[in-house]
Design a protein around this ligand. Structure first.
Ligand code: PLP
Ligand code: CA
Length: 304
C-alpha cells in the first residue's frame, strides 16, 4: 500500500488494473500522440475504455490550442468517442482559475499563443490587446493601467518587449503572476527541441524577483477542475497515465492517484529507477507505480 513500485506490467496484470480503476487520466503528447501522429493503437484503447463505461479525461500542459481545437484533433486522429467535456488543457484550466478562483477584475497580460487568448476570451476574461506598433520599445510603449494578472505560456512570437512589459506589470504586488505550465522543453520528431513555457516563465521570474503560480501539471489544480466537473471522482479509483516523470507522475502523486509511465515519450525507465533510489525523499513522488512500453499494451485486455 502506497509503495512506489515502478512495476513493469503486462497481460493479465494490465487487465486487472483496468478492471480495478474506473477513472483514467491521460496525458496527451507522448502518450496518445506525437504531435500530429497518433500512437499506434492509442485510439482503439481510448475508444474501448469509453465504450466499456470507464471515465476518461485528457490532461495536457499544451496551452496553445483552445479545447474546441483539441476536439477536432481527437476526431481527426481517430479518437471518435472523445467529447469536449473530457479535455482539460492548461489554457482551459488557467481560464477557470482566473474566472472562478481569483475572480480577476481588470485585464490580464498574456504571453502566449492565439489559442490561449481565445480560451480566456471564451471564459470572459479581458486580455490586454497588443497594438501592432513596430517601433514600440519598453522606453516609449504604453502600459495598461488595470493589469491584475500576468499569465505566461508557450509563445512562439515572444519578443523582448513582451518580457519587459510582463516584468513591469509584476512590479505591482497586487498583480498576480501565473504560468500555464512549467514544462522546460518538448521533443520534436526531428530530434530538435522546443523550449517550453517553463523557460519563458523562468526569464520573467528572474526579472521580477517573483515566483509564478503554476496551473498545469504537476500542480493539483487541474485535478480540482476535473473533480468539480465530474461527480464522485475518487482518487483511489483513478489511474494517471503519462510519459514525463517531473510533470505527470508528480501530478498523480500530488493528487493521490496511482500512476503509470508509458515509455513512448520523454522519460526513460532508468530515470525512474534513479528517482526511486534517490536519498531526497521528495524524488520518490516522481516514481510511477506501473510502467508499460505503450498504452497499446492495454489492447489484449479488451479482447474476448
Ligand atoms: N506545451 C507545448 C507547447 C507542447 O508542444 C507540448 C507537447 O508537444 C506540451 C506542452 C506538452 O503536452 P502534454 O502535457 O500533452 O505532454
Ligand atoms: Ca506528455
Amino acid at each position: 500500500f502506497g509503495f512506489k513500485g515502478c512495476q513493469k506490467i503486462r497481460g493479465p496484470q494490465i487487465r486487472n488494473l483496468l478492471e480495478a480503476k474506473d477513472f483514467f487520466l491521460f496525458d496527451c503528447d507522448g502518450v496518445i500522440w506525437h504531435g500530429e501522429k497518433a500512437i499506434t493503437g492509442a485510439a482503439k484503447v481510448v475508444n474501448s475504455l469509453i465504450r466499456n463505461g470507464k471515465n476518461v479525461v485528457f490532461v495536457t500542459n499544451n496551452c496553445t490550442r483552445p479545447r474546441e481545437n483539441y476536439m477536432h484533433k481527437f476526431s481527426r486522429l481517430g479518437f471518435h468517442e472523445v467529447m469536449l467535456e473530457q479535455i482539460f488543457s492548461s489554457s482551459y484550466c488557467s481560464a477557470l482559475y482566473l474566472r472562478d478562483v481569483v475572480k480577476v477584475r481588470g485585464q490580464v497580460f498574456v504571453i502566449g499563443c492565439e489559442g490561449l487568448r481565445r480560451e480566456l476570451q471564451e471564459a470572459g476574461i479581458p486580455c490586454v490587446e497588443e497594438a501592432d506598433e513596430p517601433d514600440a520599445t519598453i522606453y516609449n510603449c504604453a502600459l495598461a493601467p488595470d493589469v491584475k494578472a500576468v499569465l505566461v505560456g508557450h509563445d512562439d512570437k515572444l519578443t523582448f518587449l513582451k518580457l519587459a512589459k510582463a516584468s513591469c506589470y509584476l512590479r505591482d504586488p497586487d498583480c498576480l503572476f501565473l504560468a500555464t505550465d512549467n514544462d522546460p522543453w518538448h521533443p520534436l520528431s526531428s530530434g530538435r527541441i522546443l523550449p517550453g513555457s517553463g523557460s519563458l516563465t523562468a526569464a520573467i521570474e528572474v526579472a521580477s524577483g517573483r515566483k509564478a503560480t503554476v496551473i498545469g501539471k504537476p500542480s493539483r489544480f487541474m485535478f480540482e477542475c476535473i473533480s468539480s466537473q465530474f461527480s464522485g471522482v475518487d482518487p483511489a479509483q483513478c489511474l494517471m497515465v503519462g510519459d514525463r516523470l517531473e510533470t505527470d507522475m508528480l501530478f498523480g502523486s500530488n493528487c493521490g492517484l496511482d500512476t503509470m509511465l508509458t515509455l513512448t515519450g520523454v522519460s526513460q525507465i532508468e530515470e525512474a529507477h534513479e528517482y526511486s533510489k534517490s536519498e531526497v525523499s521528495t524524488n520518490h513522488s516522481l516514481v510511477p507505480d506501473y510502467v508499460v512500453d505503450t498504452i497499446a499494451d492495454f489492447l489484449p485486455a479488451f479482447e474476448d
